[in-house]
Design a protein around this ligand. Structure first.
Ligand code: SER
Length: 589
């Protein structure tokens, strides 16, 4: 039986024997990368070395890296998604390339882990205008005995990795899957299908490109290998588990949760227990990190706050005492203390901060949930008003995403624009005195905001054109520095789609189009095909802003007068905002 510790040791030994230097896991808080909140992969802290800087450990490295990915937070509770996970990785910094990398992966999987080669399938990059088809990797696999029908050629969407943030090293990859016989479709489907037949366990990325700020892929001076294997998923697969929560790491936590769970509905119980187990594990790693984050209302601290509050809400749903969260945190510290010593060193901070945050939220959670129930009774048009959502945030401490999730569980939505407005109004009031300070910059700020506003219209038009006409605005927030735009769409956008959206907006900018504004009745606006959301907010006579050939939207303005004023449009980030809602942050350079 291979448990998580045996897998860590076997992996590191294997690569140590092959002359790799074993390096320590880096902090979960990335250095020098404002485009991501957390370390999401083992390669992330190695970016400077993948770009050519000399690493003190040499040109062959391996480690186990702690990672946090929160894009799939709503999926936590199913069998495979975790917000924290460990990634086993090996790297070549301009040393070995495809042949050795693939051969070693195969040897480790089939000889050390004893996976039957008959159950392996692989995918390789099919090629496009940025990089050629990866026939070399396919040949290496074929020479190892992987049959042709188990080698799949897939597009960039599936077989290209990175960059980790907006820019940086990236390249085609070859992914290794274990086939679960009798699960999902039959042999006619491919690893691109999400039926569950193919479980990805290892990803070997051949990082030979750097994506620059303009979205171009330039060849790197050194050809690198970056591989990543998910520890939890691999242990789970090796032990024939039906979910990652059955592996050794979670055993004591899941047992404790089970003992304390008296809810009859098994599906609710399982989802709730997994969410708590996952969120408190991530909480322990964030609070205990060498760069120790604490709960707050911004950036990493806000994600941490959401995780703790969400865990507490689920504990309440399962009728559990809130102190169970501390008990779980203590179990995790014990489980990991020999591997991640910082958790032990910082154990006091972990427990104190967790309890503080639980206490902060506990006193208002019950009342807030009651308030939410009341809201549901008086709700109009299946929509919770922005003001009500803001009150849940301001008075009861409900992160807006929690309100959105509760709303979606009850088949209603939250007026996000209204929420943003209420939020801004509150900020203006509470910063009344500070306003004078900004007066000097107001003219410029206003112009830049207007430009970003026009960019938002172009963004929406491009999303509709490329992805689906059903897309509409679900929220928009513009500051002088950036735009933030929420829209309905059911999955993350691929790197290639994001690039395409950027070019569509930039093409519109380059077309030097004059923006026009007309006032008309709401009825006429609809007749001329203007896009508009939250119609109830609009008065009888509305303004329609037109960017001829691109967009027509009902909007209060103000906007730029010509698209050429916008400069260069650049997407910084695409992420989940809540269930079924995506969020794009972008700037004008
Ligand atoms: N960076 C790649 C991944 O995260 C391989 O390590 O999958």
């Amino acid at each position: 039986m291979i448990n998580s510790n045996t897998l860590r040791l076997k992996f590191l030994d294997f690569f140590r024997e092959r002359k790799h230097t074993i390096i320590k896991s880096s902090s979960l808080i990335p250095d020098n990368d404002p485009t991501v909140l957390f370390t999401t992969a083992g390669m992330h802290p190695l970016v400077p070395y993948l770009l050519g800087a000399k690493h003190p450990g040499g040109v062959r490295l391996a480690n186990v890296q702690k990672c946090v990915r929160t894009v799939d937070i709503e999926n936590v509770g199913d069998a495979t998604h975790c917000t924290f996970f460990e990634m086993l990785g090996n790297w070549s910094l301009g040393d070995y390339f495809k042949n050795e990398s693939i051969n070693w992966s195969y040897e480790f999987l089939t000889e050390v882990l004893q996976i039957d080669p008959k159950n392996l399938a692989v995918s390789v990059f099919e090629g496009d205008s940025d990089a050629p088809r990866d026939d070399i990797s396919a040949k290496v696999w074929s020479d190892l005995g992987i049959s042709k029908d188990r080698i799949f050629y897939l597009p960039k969407k599936n077989n290209w990795w990175g960059p980790a943030g907006a820019t940086g090293p990236c390249g085609p990859d070859t992914e290794i899957f274990v086939i679960r016989q009798n699960i999902g479709c039959d042999d006619n489907c491919s690893p691109a299908c999400d039926c569950g037949r193919y479980v990805e366990i290892w990803n070997n990325v051949f990082m030979e490109y750097n994506k620059d700020a303009n979205g171009n892929y330039e060849a790197l001076k050194q050809k690198n290998v970056d591989t990543g294997m998910g520890l939890e998923r691999t242990v789970s697969m090796l032990n024939g588990c039906t979910s990652v929560y059955e592996i050794d790491i979670f055993k004591d936590v899941m047992n404790l949760l089970r003992e304390n769970c008296s809810v009859q509905d098994e599906a609710i119980a399982i989802r709730g227990m997994r969410v708590i187990a996952d969120h408190i594990r991530t909480t322990v790693f964030l609070l205990g990190d060498e760069k120790g984050v604490t709960p707050s209302n911004t950036d990493q601290g806000y994600i941490l706050r959401r995780l703790i509050r969400r865990a507490l809400r689920f504990a309440r749903q399962l009728d559990m005492r809130s102190s169970i969260l501390t008990d779980i945190a203590k179990i995790y510290i014990d489980v990991y203390k020999d591997i991640y010593k910082e958790l032990y060193t910082n154990c006091e901070r972990v427990i104190v901060e967790l309890e503080k945050e639980v206490k902060r939220f506990e006193s208002t959670l019950q009342q807030g949930l009651k308030e939410f129930e009341k809201l549901l009774k008086y709700i109009q048009n299946s929509r919770i008003s922005g003001k009500a959502a803001f009150r849940l945030y301001d008075t009861f401490g409900f992160p807006i995403e929690m309100t959105q999730e509760l709303a979606s569980d009850n088949n209603v939505i939250v007026d996000m624009d209204g929420y943003e407005n209420a939020f801004k109004e509150h900020q203006i009031k509470s910063q009344a005195g500070a306003e004078q300070k900004f007066k000097g910059g107001l003219a410029d700020t206003g112009l830049q905001t207007a430009r970003l506003h026009t960019a938002t219209h172009l963004l929406l038009a491009s999303l509709k054109k490329l992805l689906s006409q059903d897309i509409s605005q679900k929220g928009s927030n513009i500051t002088a520095d950036r735009l933030r735009f929420d829209f309905n769409f059911s999955r993350p956008l691929s790197a290639i789609e994001l690039q395409e959206i950027e070019s569509m907006v930039n093409n519109a900018i380059d077309a030097n189009v004059n923006i026009t504004c007309e006032e008309m009745s709401l009825e006429d606006a609809k007749k001329v095909g203007a896009t508009g959301v939250f119609e109830s907010k609009y008065k009888e006579i509305v303004k329609v802003y037109t960017i001829p050939g691109y967009s027509k939207e009902i909007c209060g303005g103000p906007h730029a007068t010509n698209t050429k004023e916008l400069g260069r449009f650049k997407i910084l980030k695409e992420q989940s905002s809540s269930s079924g809602i995506r969020r794009i942050k972008a700037i004008l350079e």
